[in-house]
Design a protein around this ligand. Sequence first.
Ligand code: C5P
Length: 289
Amino acid sequence: MLRVKAPAKINLCLHVGERRSDGYHNLESLVAFADIGDELTFEDADRLSLNVEGPFASGLAGEADNLVLRAARGVMKIAGREIPKHITLTKNLPVASGMGGGSADAGATIRAFLLEWPRDEVKLSDFADLAGNLGADVPVCFFGQNAWMMGRGDEIFRCELPELHAVLVNPCISVSTRDVFAGLEMRTGIDAVERPDGFASAADLIEFLKSTKNDLETSAFALAPQILMALSALRARDGIRLARMSGSGATCFGLFDDAQRAQSAAEGLTSDHPNWWVKAAILAKASED
Ligand code: C5P
C-alpha cells in the first residue's frame, strides 16, 4: 500500500493581473505548504475506486467526479492502460477553503502514480499538462514545493522559504473561487513587486509579505463577512506578525515568531470560537523525504 500526503497550500500573497482570453486571470502568488493536510492511500485493486473518510468527508458527499478520480483517469490516459487502484482519501482539511484541498489531493494523486512509474518512461510535461487541466491550483500542488505561482497557476518557480509558525483559521464557511474572482474590484497586477527567489530569515519574509496583499480579500469579505471576523480575531492575538486570507478564502493564516506563541494563539482562538476550524501549523517546513 502506498501512502502520500496532500499538504495544505497557503498563498502567502496573491496578486491578480489581467483577465485572459481563456477566462482565467494572471496571478502572482507566493505559495507555502503546511505540515498538515489530507492523506491518500493507494492499493492494487480490480477497478478504480475511491473511499473518502476523515473529519471533512461529508463535505464531499455527492461529488461523484472527485478531482482525485479525474487525476487518476488522466494518468491512465497518459499511460494508455488501466492502472486499477482502490484509493482512500482522508479529508482532514475543510472543503473549498482556500488551502488547495481538492487540488492538493489531485496533485498528490499524480505524484503517487508517478512513484510507481519506470523512471525512463516518465515524460514530466505530460503530467504537468494534466495537472494544469484539472485546475489552476493543481500544478503547484503537483510540484509540492514552496514556489512562486504565475500565469493562471501553471507557471511555477521554486522559492526557498524559511519555516513560518502559523495558525490557520477557517470560520467554517465555504466560498466559491469563481464567485470571488467575479466580484474582484481592485487588482495589484503582476510584476508590481520584486519577486525574491529566497529569504534569509522568517523575519525577512514577513517584512516582504507586508509589502504584498491578497487581492481576493475584499471580494471574499463581501461574500462572507465571517472571514473578516476570523482575520480580526487573529490580529487580536499576542505576538501576531501578519494575518491574511489564503487563496479565495475562507481560511486565514496568522504568522507568529515561534511555535509556542502560535500554539497559545490557536488555543485562545479555539476557546473563543469553538465552531471554527483552528490549527497551529508550520509552513514551508523542509521536507523529510
Ligand atoms: O481552476 P479552478 O477550478 O480552480 O478555478 C475556479 C475559478 O476561479 C475559475 O473558473 C475562474 O473563474 C477563477 N480563476 C481565475 N483565474 C485563475 C484561477 C481561477 O479567474 N488564475
